[in-house]
Write a protein of this length. Sequence first.
Length: 232
Amino acid sequence: MSNTKLKDKDFIYVVKKYNDLRKDNPCHRYASSDYCFNYFQLKQTKAKKSFSDDMEYSCNVLGFYLASWGMYRGSSYLLQNSASIFKGLIEYIDEMDKVYWTIDVPEFTDENIEFLISLYNQIAKKIKLDNRKKVTLITKIMLGIWGCVPAYDSYFTKTFSNIFAGECAFTSFNKKSLESIKKFYEAYQLDIDCLAKDGDYRTLDFNTGEMTNLPYTKSKIIDMYGFQKSYK
């Protein structure tokens, strides 16, 4: 991979283009990920509250976010199931050690990468994916709940497989792909860190449509770039 491929002079422009569609329009589908992220992130900080206490609501929040991002279309696996398919996953989330809720791309150590791969496999097990093609769906779940990794959808994969041509195709969720994402972050660290502190890169509140105090993760910002760069 050449250094020039990691130096897109339009990086800020591409991310801003994505964000401008969302930040002033709480009804835009891009905002669906905000509402999912808000729910899981804010609720897990409340003492003596579990997601299983509001099982139906928890499943429906996750399900609508995924529907909004195309995971229920055509002959997809989720289209054949009700939102109760997420019950096992919600129960698993309740049992997770809170320390893992803070993993973001700067913390992609060997230990945390191992955990993320384990989390990926657990999600597949909990929603009974078996051997079905699953990388897009599971990474969208990981992005929507924890913001810990970008979603490996067709647009992100196209962008990043071009950047890391000959090194990583991003068709599998593995150590190589996560190390490549961290390498990308390190190349754009100043820009990404700046955006993560920018007030325009916070989630929208469902009720008011205004910005919350919850910032986008750095993995989310990378996802925005990867998606928007190849989106037509």
